[in-house]
Design a protein around this ligand. Structure first.
Ligand code: NDP
Length: 248
């Protein structure tokens, strides 16, 4: 498949706050970017917004909590666009509740969307990457997967699980030119965080030594670097981007 020498990058959860910044940065870097979406209504509006900002992406549907749905999406991308060189496992949800009120459904939905999704997508790209001896897998975890957080037993468990996955897969595929890394963002100025009541948001900011929320583009810059050929000696690593909120 001729992509004019461009590498192909797939970003899951592309229509969200962080996903959008990642797609834009990767396109600026010269990738052919495949933007994954779930909600078709949201997609149309997003595509129009992207066009107005000068970006155009190939968009593909999947429910990332479903193994076969991810398989179908990746098959479609590889036949219509080309082999995937970079996979950013970014889609995620929260269903926050204190543990004594957390239902099985809250647990199940968060584990399936945030952790099983990583298996579901990575499993379908890994053999191709091994055959081509090149790949970049970037998993988006969270500061709350490193340190825990009230009301997030499900989310913290899923995000913490990504670290074990990353380290193991990194060892298994290192000799094949494939790197696997995790990024753990702290609080980033996405719609979700900006919708938090101002006084609560200010309390959060007060816990961040840098004194502000992170920008979506700051996460995207690191994705850009880890996706690049320059980052070939970085694998099995976790990068905290949290303004000093959690240091260890
Ligand atoms: P958003 O809620 O803005 O975006 C999440 C994306 O995931 C959406 O595109 C959503 O699609 C998609 N998604 C959710 N469930 C599914 C599913 N079952 N199948 C397919 N797609 C799905 O989140 P952010 O951009 O803020 O976060 C992106 C990632 O970064 C997440 O993994 C999050 O946990 C992590 N993170 C975010 C932080 C922040 O401060 N924002 C901090 C630390 C980590 P749709 O809209 O169609 O449902």
């Amino acid at each position: 498949m001729d992509n004019n020498g461009k590498r192909v990058a797939l970003v899951t959860g592309a229509t969200g706050g962080l996903g959008t910044a990642m797609c834009q940065q990767l396109q600026k870097d010269g990738y052919r970017v495949c933007a994954h979406y779930r909600n078709p209504d949201k997609l149309k509006e997003w595509q129009e917004k992207m066009k107005a900002e000068g970006f155009e992406f190939d968009c593909f549907y999947a429910d990332v909590s479903d193994y076969n749905s991810c398989g179908e999406m990746i098959k479609k991308i590889e036949s219509e666009v080309g082999p995937i060189d970079v996979l950013v496992n970014n889609a995620g949800i929260t269903r926050d509740k204190p543990f004594h009120k957390m239902t099985y459904e809250d647990w199940d939905a968060v584990l399936k969307t945030n952790l099983y999704s990583v298996f579901n997508c990575t499993r379908h790209v890994i053999e191709g990457m091994r055959e081509r001896s090149y790949g970049r897998i970037i998993n988006i975890s969270s500061v709350n997967g490193q340190r825990g957080q009230f009301g997030q037993a499900n989310y913290s468990a899923a995000k913490a699980g990504m670290h074990g996955f990353t380290k193991t897969l990194a060892m298994e595929v290192a000799s094949k030119g494939i790197t696997v890394n995790t990024i753990s963002p702290g609080y980033i100025a996405t719609d979700m965080v900006m919708a938090v009541r101002e006084d609560v948001r200010n309390q959060i900011i007060a816990q961040i030594p840098v004194g502000r929320l992170g920008g979506t583009e700051e996460i995207a810059y690191l994705v850009s670097f880890l996706a690049s050929e320059k980052a070939s000696f970085i694998t099995g690593a976790n990068y905290s981007i949290n303004g000093g909120q959690h240091v260890y």
